[in-house]
Design a protein around this ligand. Structure first.
Ligand SMILES: Nc1ncnc2c1ncn2[C@@H]1O[C@H](COP(=O)(O)OP(=O)(O)O)[C@@H](O)[C@H]1O
Ligand SMILES: [Mg+2]
Length: 154
C-alpha cells in the first residue's frame, strides 16, 4: 500500500514534513491537500516552500485562488479553492495552463474543483490528533507512489 502515516505533534513537525517534501519534489507533481480549516495545509506548503529556499511570507491564496513561486529551477503553484463558488471560475483563470507537467501544483480544497482538476500524484490528508496533527500521504501515480515510498524509507 502506498500510504505513509506521519505523526505531527506540533507546528514545527508540519513544517519539517513540508521540507522533506521539498527534498523529493519532481517536475509536474500534483498534490492534493485535504483536511478541515486550520488542519495545517497551508503550514505544510509553507514548510515545503521554505525548504526550497523561499524566505518571504506564504499567503493563503484564499481570495486569489492561486499564488506562484519561482525557486531555483522549481515553479510552484499553491491553490486554495475554499472560496470557489463555481468550478467554471477555474476555466476562466485558465486552469489547464497551470497543470502543465513542469510546475508543481499544491491544491487545498481540491474537492471544490472536482471534474476540473487533473488527478493527483499524491494526496495528503491532515487530521487533528490530540494536541497535534496526523498526516497520511497516499501515492496515486507511479511517480507519487515512488515519492511516498522514499519518504517512508528515511
Ligand atoms: N502539527 C501541528 N500541531 C499543532 N498545531 C499545528 C500543527 N501544524 C500546524 N499547526 C497550526 O495549525 C494552524 C494551521 O493553519 P493553516 O495551515 O492555515 O491551516 P489550513 O491551511 O489547513 O486551513 C496554524 O495555526 C498552525 O500553527
Ligand atoms: Mg489553508
Amino acid at each position: 500500500m502506498n500510504e505513509h502515516v506521519v505523526g505531527l505533534p506540533d507546528e514545527q513537525a508540519t513544517i519539517q514534513l513540508g521540507s522533506r517534501l521539498a527534498d523529493v519534489l519532481v517536475e509536474g507533481l500534483v498534490v492534493y491537500l485535504s483536511g478541515d480549516l486550520g488542519a495545517g495545509k497551508t503550514c505544510l506548503v509553507r514548510g515545503m516552500l521554505q525548504g526550497l529556499g523561499h524566505n518571504g511570507p506564504v499567503k493563503s491564496p484564499t481570495y486569489t485562488l492561486v499564488e506562484d513561486y519561482v525557486l531555483g529551477d522549481s515553479l510552484i503553484y499553491h491553490f486554495d479553492l475554499y472560496r470557489l463558488l463555481d468550478p467554471e471560475e477555474l476555466e476562466l483563470i485558465g486552469i489547464r495552463d497551470y497543470f502543465n507537467g513542469k510546475a508543481c501544483c499544491f491544491v487545498e480544497w481540491p474537492e471544490r474543483g472536482k471534474g476540473w482538476l487533473p488527478a493527483p500524484d499524491i494526496e495528503i490528508h491532515i487530521r487533528l490528533k490530540n494536541e497535534g496533527r496526523e498526516a497520511s500521504l497516499t501515492g496515486l501515480s507511479e511517480t507519487g507512489a515512488a515519492l511516498v515510498a522514499s519518504l517512508k524509507r528515511d
